[in-house]
Ligand binder design. Structure first.
Ligand code: HEM
Length: 522
């Protein structure tokens, strides 16, 4: 065979690949030494260096992990290059480890895309330390259950405003959901009232979320982790698209952090009256700190505010899109919900939070929406801060630990025909609600449990109940009046939501824009 001199490109690739390979071997040897013979949890056989990367569906990894559950069980171990990952497929194991042993399981892993995509501003990705604690404390003061109750009138008003927008421009339903979801957070964070449509602050948040959300998973970060130079190559070289995407995401992140903060600051300066919002409350508290602590506090406040805005905008609107898809596919569900609503409320008023206990079927629709397509199917990955032994298996220090909500939602013994949208599964034969609530797994576990869940629950209930009371959902029609049948597609990343689909959303016969405007006015 003729001897060939490696090309410049070959050499350029050879160096980083060799460094990565040596690092993987070094870590694997160290991990084996530390285990002292204890087995790792069962899992698919990894191939040298790459581990299980090639057997994984990186677009919907939750499905692969759920399939592997059938062979390897509820707690399984996979390796993605050198990264050790433990998947928890059952709620009981997630509670056992992430809640009962939360001292070990509350860190976050290094994900190579977080920093370059500007996601460092979200404390959801912050390691388990003082900065995270401060952000979470600031966040909690605004979003804890009793404070979150004060948002309810605003949530009702925004949900009703959303219906006016839907009647005006039903085809842009997804944009109306984004406006509603961001409006709730922006109001709590900086007392900002977005315009009903085309609001600049909502636009910024939307752009940032779209730019970063698909990149922020350990499975998708593999490329950047393996070839970090991809973030440094010149714009004109092939392969620079990733760097450009990251740069654009970073720019939107900066605006998402700064704009709400500056808005609140300016309002405080301009207003004679004290303004009430997360940012203004903490700007006042901050005055008592010295210069260096104040700067730390200011960063934490900005991160707590950005986290609320990003998390609320993305997860709430994804859930409402999921609900819409379920209604279009299952018209008998919205019809049954409307019968319940009309019987309790009559036809001349809209649902209020006081009606909630009287509407068990609407509640079951909300629970089934959360279960059917969990919007954060793998939660946000946890990481171990020390090694552990669970059910006789060794869990390494630094392992990523994932609570697979998707697998929990597909548990056929708990949810028969799990792929179907069946709210009745949450009702007894007498029509009472059962004790089963998917909120017990879709919001995560332990010290990292979603701190926005009370606000999320109220936003989702009010939007779903108001939509059910006022709208009808059906398939869109083509030019010849035939139903447009479609196969749902999903946009996947750290979240999972239906991609836009054709549908017809129209007001019920007794609902008009004038009626809604009267309700809003009065
Ligand atoms: C349907 C709606 C929502 C779902 C399904 C959801 C789900 C989750 C999940 C699974 C986590 C990770 C928990 C863990 O690590 O174990 C999380 C974290 C978080 N969520 Fe939510 N969430 C929702 C809405 C919201 C809203 C509306 C807000 C803000 C108001 C919010 C703020 C946060 C924050 C700040 C974290 C990071 C917590 C930390 O790392 O300490 N979420 N959420």
């Amino acid at each position: 065979m003729p001897y060939s001199i490696p090309s410049a490109t070959g050499l350029t690739l050879l160096v980083p690949v060799s460094v990565v390979a040596l690092d993987i071997i070094r870590r694997l040897v160290r991990s084996r030494r530390e285990r002292k013979g204890s087995p790792l949890p069962p899992g698919p056989t990894p191939i040298p260096l790459l581990g299980n990367v090639l057997s994984l569906d990186t677009n919907e990894p939750w499905k692969t992990y759920t399939e592997w559950k059938a062979t390897y069980g509820d707690v399984l171990y996979v390796r993605l290059l050198d990264q050790e990952v433990v998947i928890l497929n059952s709620q009981s194991d997630a509670v056992e480890l992430l809640e009962k042993r939360s001292r070990i399981y509350s860190d976050r892993p290094f994900i190579a895309t977080i920093e370059p995509y500007g996601l460092k501003c979200a404390f959801a990705f912050e390691g388990y330390g003082d900065q995270w604690r401060l952000c979470r404390r600031i966040f909690h003061q605004t979003f804890r259950p009793d404070s979150a109750l004060t948002f309810r009138p605003m949530q009702l008003r925004r949900a009703r405003q959303m219906i006016v927008n839907m009647i005006d421009d039903p085809d842009r339903y997804s944009s109306h959901y984004s406006t509603f979801s961001a409006a709730v957070a922006l109001s709590a964070v900086c007392d900002y009232e977005p315009r009903p449509r085309n609001d600049p602050m909502v636009y910024t948040v939307d752009r940032f979320v779209h730019a970063c959300v698909q990149a922020a998973t350990p499975e998708k970060a593999i490329l950047v982790k393996t070839f970090p130079f991809l973030l440094r190559i010149p714009d004109w070289l092939p392969g620079s698209s990733l760097k450009c995407e990251a740069r654009s995401s970073y720019e939107w992140a900066t605006k998402t952090v700064e704009d709400p903060y500056q808005y609140a600051q300016k309002r405080m300066e301009a207003s004679q009256e004290p303004t009430v919002s997360m940012v203004s409350d903490h700007i006042i508290r901050m005055q008592k700190y010295d210069e260096s602590n104040r700067s730390k506090y200011e960063t934490a406040l900005k991160h707590a505010s950005a986290s609320a805005i990003i998390a609320s905008a993305e997860s709430t609107s994804s859930s409402i899109i999921t609900f819409t898809l379920a209604m279009v596919e299952n018209p008998h569900v919205w019809k049954r919900a409307q019968t319940e609503i009309d019987a309790v409320l009559g036809m001349d008023r809209l649902p209020d939070f006081d009606d909630r206990p009287l509407l068990p079927y609407v509640e079951a629709v909300l629970r089934e929406t959360l279960r059917w397509q969990p919007v954060v199917p793998l939660g946000i990955p946890h990481a171990t801060s020390s090694s552990d032994v669970y059910k006789g298996c060794y869990i390494p220090k630094g392992a990523i630990v994932i609570a697979n909500s998707w697998a929990m939602s597909r548990d056929e013994t708990r949810y028969p025909n799990a792929e179907q949208f069946v709210p009745e599964r949450f009702l007894t034969p007498d029509g009472e609600l059962t004790d089963d609530n998917p909120s017990s797994f879709v919001f995560g576990f332990g010290r990292r449990l979603c701190p926005g869940r009370h606000t999320a629950d109220a936003s989702l209930w009010t939007s779903i109940a108001t939509m059910l009371a006022t709208l009808e959902f059906s398939l869109a029609k083509d030019a010849e009046g035939k139903d447009i049948i479609f196969e749902p597609k999903y946009v996947n990343g750290i979240t999972h939501q239906p991609a836009p689909f054709p549908c017809r959303i129209s007001p019920r016969s007794h609902i008009s824009k004038a009626f809604l405007e009267r309700v809003l006015a009065g």
